[in-house]
Design a protein around this ligand. Structure first.
Ligand SMILES: [Zn+2]
Length: 224
């Protein structure tokens, strides 16, 4: 008699592990690509929605201002809400249209032309707390201690509060609540930013303004 037992049909443990490893490798390559694809698609949809809203705004503006007068940001926002409801239904708000959950605001308005930004998809409003582990490029905006900074160069790894080291990378452009920032001697300022120093307001005359505000000064002019 030959003593060898009959081999069980089915898979051995080794075979199952090999299959699982192959699946894991495939997933490692395809899942990030899929997520990137979804993110990209949502951003494109968001841009398209904002385009529709902007065209709707223009129609509302023309109806409300046939004489072509100026509108304030507040009024533009009201017209934009009407445009959103007409395009996307009665329950639509400027906070529930972006597929990634962003909120739309009017950034600027020039009569019939409106610029709408998304809090999730527009770098201008996408100002998040500074994170030392994130990479930052030109025109990114971050917030640290309620101060908003604009990146003017490759800012990765540069803390906006690290003084002279940071000043050629980050410029102060304001605060996160639109109040006037207190002058901070370590910072450099974007042109036209207003600061408070010793109870007085000063406006930066040039990009990269620095030094203690006084008037007259190369960098600062008193706001009257
Ligand atoms: Zn969006």
């Amino acid at each position: 008699m030959k003593g060898k037992g009959k081999r069980n049909s089915g898979f051995t443990l080794i075979e199952i592990i090999v299959v699982l490893v192959i699946l894991a490798i495939l997933a490692a390559f395809t899942i990030p690509a899929m997520l990137g694809f979804i993110t990209n698609a949502r951003e494109k949809e968001c841009i398209s929605i904002r385009g529709t809203l902007a065209r709707g705004y223009t129609a509302e503006y023309v109806a409300a201002h046939p004489e072509g007068s100026d509108v304030t940001l507040d009024e533009a926002t009201v017209l934009l809400k009407i445009s959103a409801i007409k395009s996307y239904g009665a329950s639509t708000t400027l906070g529930n249209l972006c597929p990634s959950g962003g909120t739309y605001t009017v950034k600027s308005v020039d009569q019939a032309h409106v610029v709408i930004v998304c809090s999730k998809h527009d770098s201008d409003t996408n100002a998040n707390a500074y994170d030392a582990n994130k990479s930052y490029k030109k025109d990114d905006i971050v917030i640290k201690n309620h101060i908003k900074y604009l990146c003017t160069n490759a800012c990765t790894g540069i803390d906006p509060e690290s003084g002279n080291n940071a000043s050629s990378y980050w410029l102060v452009i304001g605060t996160d609540d639109e109040s006037i920032p207190k002058y901070f001697y370590k910072s450099h300022y974007q042109k036209d930013v207003v600061v408070i120093y010793n109870g007085k307001q000063y406006r930066a005359k040039v990009k990269g303004a620095q030094g203690t505000p006084s008037s007259p000064s190369t960098y600062w002019e008193a706001v009257t």
